[in-house]
Design a protein around this ligand. Structure first.
Ligand code: PHE
Ligand code: ZN
Length: 878
């Protein structure tokens, strides 16, 4: 906590460390109230460092130092200084051993960084800078050491003691205590350290690697959760195989462990050989988890596993390079999910996510480059920009190089940098060296914040058969970057003939036309024109197929062209995108005038899509799902909160009324009762049928509501139960209340299911939702100390209920600010993240602006603000 203004750290100030640590020997005497940590560090001066004053400065926070010795000789207090942020030693030898003993207090650690207590177990979270809350250290990723870790604890209370690497010793000690020792042969930065102590049970399996080594796989959970690990284990084995096949990456230790914990700030953590997970991304049974949960588990398990190479074997030089590991690893997990599931649906989901979170971030006061230039608190930079846009930037390079050269480039990256801490620039250099391409201008994607806006003008000359696309790019200013250079933007286009088929594409200057399909144009100037020749009639352009770059297209396509693309485009992504643009237009027209007529051909197109027996159901469900209320707000000059909500209801109701028969037919045809399987076809079927039921319920259809009630009672899978519960709750009345009570009664013993119960209430558009949320904060199952509960109730209300959170009386804003102030001393990371729901206050009308601003100002005035909350609040007003 700061009394003075926290200061920013800048990339340009990066210096190599003055000292290196080659080996670490740790011994933990574990106890929730009072844990002792003894550390032996083998230190030496870094030959590559620019000489400083010769002092050794170690990071350390909230540590009670009990002993310190250099080469075995205890130091007297005059030989070192302890301060708020660490420890300074003067006049140390060029090479020496440092021993320290500190005391820490896991049960008091509510920030969940460092060593903390979660329920009955002890666990660690060290990324980004948590290790300094465990022992004095050079807690920066460019200091890589081998670790030997001894864990001592009461055997009855903590029978399982885990750390990174391989187990090398296990024995009982006096007084009911026991000891386990682990050794990790791979040098790693401190943020990848982990330990776990608890009364856990493991689901075990094994994996034989491509080169024939056997790896023991273990997923540790509390005993009552052993029946919820199958899907996680299956996902892990799939991911291990896929990484061998697609990237040539094998696992390197003899054992790989996953532990599920119930108090966790993020999704999961890739600690070497010992991944620690938010239990939400491990535990699933068909009756407790939805398709979305199963999907999330598969991709997060893969993501953390993939970090073993992209993050652990090759790590980040400093935290400005965070996207080096996160952008690349997200790209890898996206590709994995695309390969094991449905590629088209995956791409749509990823773009939806990017548009929902990253675009707004890029347009708001917290906009930052994929490789930021500065930060106050690194925990605030685990953002959609670093993760999702970072993945898009890797994807663009993969597409520019093509599959073979990209594989050659990643092989080069793994070979050249194994065991090193490197930069995003090193990554791009591998792409260049393997392909011979010049990516100098491309590097701007890492350096410039903001989303480029593309506008396209078409011109057709019937006499010459020439068709040209004039493309302009413009990137609006972002904080600290008023002027932008043009980006290097790949634009995938196709041209459709009148029959809806792809035309052959012949660019001016080409000697022969390329086959019908997609062609990638490379835009490098602020304005550029591309001319196709040999056309008999004006084609319909299909622009940005597959979303080739994280840009915004200002489309001038007519409604007719969009309907045409929706029906014919060979690119599934663009069929979806055309439908989205069309629905967006209809919805915005309804915002202006809720009585506006909807064009007949819209219903016709909708019905035609719905009745198309051939189409992929998951894809169809995506096509027929309208853009969210939040996304619609982003498309308006001033967000009209109530108008958007009304428009959404009107559209839903009119579709439900007009297409009643078709919707009922689709619902019935897809309402199977076979046992649950997480298979693309089944997932698609459930999505489509629940979408149909949703439209019918919006129309207040009695038959649909009866069907929802029946589905709620009969369904054995959580996907269908939740879909039905949502409709009953939103429809209101007795049925909704009864369903909620019944649901809670059935699932009160399962915290992750209780989270769903909280969220469904927090996101309901009903008028009394805020009162309910406040009441639920007093519920026995709610706790501000558990991030999953906070996100399910408070996070869901503030981020996924635009109409109620942004109520014009400002009570939602006051509610959020109060929670941020409550959480600030408990868990600054979670507090700062919640506050982000209010940073785009300038997008709203004057009344709401004033209310939000006042709440942010109130937060900024509070005493003892954490660096995390201070950074978000001050930048929001800045
Ligand atoms: N590195 C983790 C991941 O993306 C995220 C994380 C960051 C977890 C910080 C905890 C703390 O896989
Ligand atoms: Zn990650």
């Amino acid at each position: 906590m700061y009394r003075d203004t926290p200061h920013a750290i800048h990339l340009k100030d990066y210096r190599p460390p003055e000292f290196l640590i080659d080996a670490v020997d740790l011994r933990f005497d574990l106890d929730p109230e009072r844990t002792t940590v003894e550390a032996k560090l083998a230190l030496r001066r870094n030959p590559a460092a620019t000489r400083g004053d010769g002092d050794l400065r170690l990071h350390g926070e909230q540590l009670d130092l009990e002993r310190i010795a250099v080469n075995g000789h205890p130091l007297t207090p005059s030989e070192y200084e302890v301060h708020q942020e660490g420890l300074t030693l003067h006049r140390v030898p060029d090479q020496f051993g440092l021993e320290t003993r500190v005391r820490i207090h896991p049960s008091l650690n509510t920030a969940l960084e460092g060593l903390y207590q979660s329920g009955e177990m002890l666990c660690t979270q060290c990324e980004a800078e948590g290790f300094r809350r465990i022992t004095y250290f050079l807690d920066r990723p460019d200091v890589m050491a081998t670790y030997s870790t001894t864990l001592v604890a009461d055997k009855r209370r903590f029978p399982v003691l885990l750390s990174n690497g391989n187990p090398v010793e296990s024995r009982d000690l006096d007084g009911g205590r026991h000891l386990m020792r682990w050794e990790d042969p791979f040098p790693k930065p401190s943020y990848l350290f982990a330990l776990i102590a608890g009364d856990l049970k493991a689901v075990e399996d094994s994996f034989s690697t491509a080169s024939g080594r056997e790896v023991a796989l273990k997923i540790y959970v509390e005993p009552h959760n052993l029946d919820k690990c199958d899907h996680a284990m299956r996902s892990l084995k799939k991911a291990m195989r896929w990484d061998e096949e697609r990237f040539g990456r094998e696992y390197d230790l003899d054992i790989f462990m996953i532990v599920a914990v119930s108090h966790f700030n993020m999704g999961a953590m890739e600690n070497k050989g010992l991944n620690v997970f938010n239990d939400k991304f491990v535990l699933a049974r068909p009756d407790t988890a939805t398709d979305v949960d199963f999907d999330g588990i598969e991709s997060v398990i893969a993501h953390e596993y993939f970090h073993n190479w992209t993050g652990n074997r090759i790590t980040c030089r400093d935290w400005f390079q965070l996207s080096l590991k996160e952008g690349f690893t997200v790209y890898r997990d996206q590709e994995f999910s695309a390969d094991v599931g449905s590629r088209g649906v995956k791409r749509i989901g990823d773009v939806r996510l990017l548009r929902a979170h990253q675009l707004p971030e890029d347009e708001g006061p917290l906009a930052h480059p994929v490789r930021p230039d500065s930060y106050i608190e690194i925990n605030n930079f685990y953002t959609a920009t670093v993760y999702q846009k970072g993945a898009e930037v890797v994807r663009m390079q993969a597409n520019l190089l093509g599959p073979e050269l990209f594989r050659k480039a990643t092989d080069l990256y793994f070979e050249r940098h194994d065991g090193q801490a490197v930069t995003t620039d090193d990554f791009v250099r591998c792409m260049e060296d393997a392909s011979g391409r010049d990516l100098e201008q491309f590097r701007l994607w890492y350096q410039q914040a903001g989303t480029p806006e593309l506008s396209v003008q078409e011109a057709f000359d019937a006499d010459s058969g020439r068709y040209s696309l004039s493309v302009r790019q413009h990137t609006p200013p972002t904080p600290g970057q008023p002027l932008k250079e043009p980006f290097h933007i790949p634009i995938a286009v196709g041209l459709l003939g009148q029959d809806g088929e792809d035309l052959p594409l012949q660019l001016e200057g080409d000697t022969t036309p390329s086959a019908p399909g997609t062609r990638v144009l490379e835009l490098t100037n602020s304005e550029q024109s591309f001319t196709f020749v040999g056309l008999e009639a004006k084609p319909v352009p299909s622009l940005l197929r597959g979303f080739p770059a994280p840009v915004k297209l200002k489309t001038e396509a007519s409604d007719d062209d969009l309907l045409f693309l929706m029906a014919h485009d060979s690119d599934g992504f663009n069929r979806w995108d055309a439908a989205q643009t069309l629905m967006q237009r209809l919805l915005l027209a309804l915002v202006d005038d809720a009585e506006a007529e909807l064009p007949e051909r819209f219903f016709a197109a909708f019905e035609q899509a719905l009745m198309d027996a051939q189409s992929d159901k998951a894809l169809l469900a995506e096509v027929l799902t309208p853009p969210s209320e939040g996304y619609l707000g982003d498309q308006m000059a001033v967000v009209d909160v109530d108008g958007i909500h009304r428009a959404h209801s009107v559209l839903g109701r009119r579709v439900g009324e007009r297409l009643r028969d078709a919707l009922l037919e689709v619902y019935r045809a897809n309402d199977g009762s076979e046992p649950y399987a997480f298979m693309p076809d089944d997932v698609g079927r459930r999505a489509l049928k629940n979408l149909a039921l949703g439209y019918l319920a919006k129309a207040g259809d009695a038959e649909a509501l009866a069907a929802a009630q029946a589905q709620f009672e009969a369904a054995r899978n959580m996907t269908d139960v939740m879909a039905a519960l949502r409709l009953l709750v939103d429809h209101g009345g007795e049925a909704g209340t009864r369903a909620l009570d019944h649901f809670y009664g059935r699932w009160s013993g399962e915290p992750l299911v209780v989270d769903k119960w909280l969220s469904v209430q927090a996101t309901s558009p009903r008028e009394d939702t805020l009162e309910r949320v406040i009441a639920l904060m007093g519920h026995a199952d709610f706790s501000l100390r558990n991030p999953n509960r906070v996100r399910s109730l408070i996070g869901a209300f503030c981020n996924a209920n635009q109409v109620r959170f942004h109520a014009s009386d400002g009570r939602g804003y006051r509610f959020l600010a109060d929670r941020v102030l409550e959480l600030n001393p408990l868990n600054p990371q979670i507090a700062a993240r919640l506050l982000k729901a209010m940073v785009r206050w300038r997008r709203f009308d004057a009344g709401r602006q004033a209310l939000m601003r006042a709440e942010i100002a109130r937060i900024l005035d509070a005493e003892a603000l954490s660096a995390d909350v201070y950074e978000v609040a001050s930048k929001a007003l800045g």
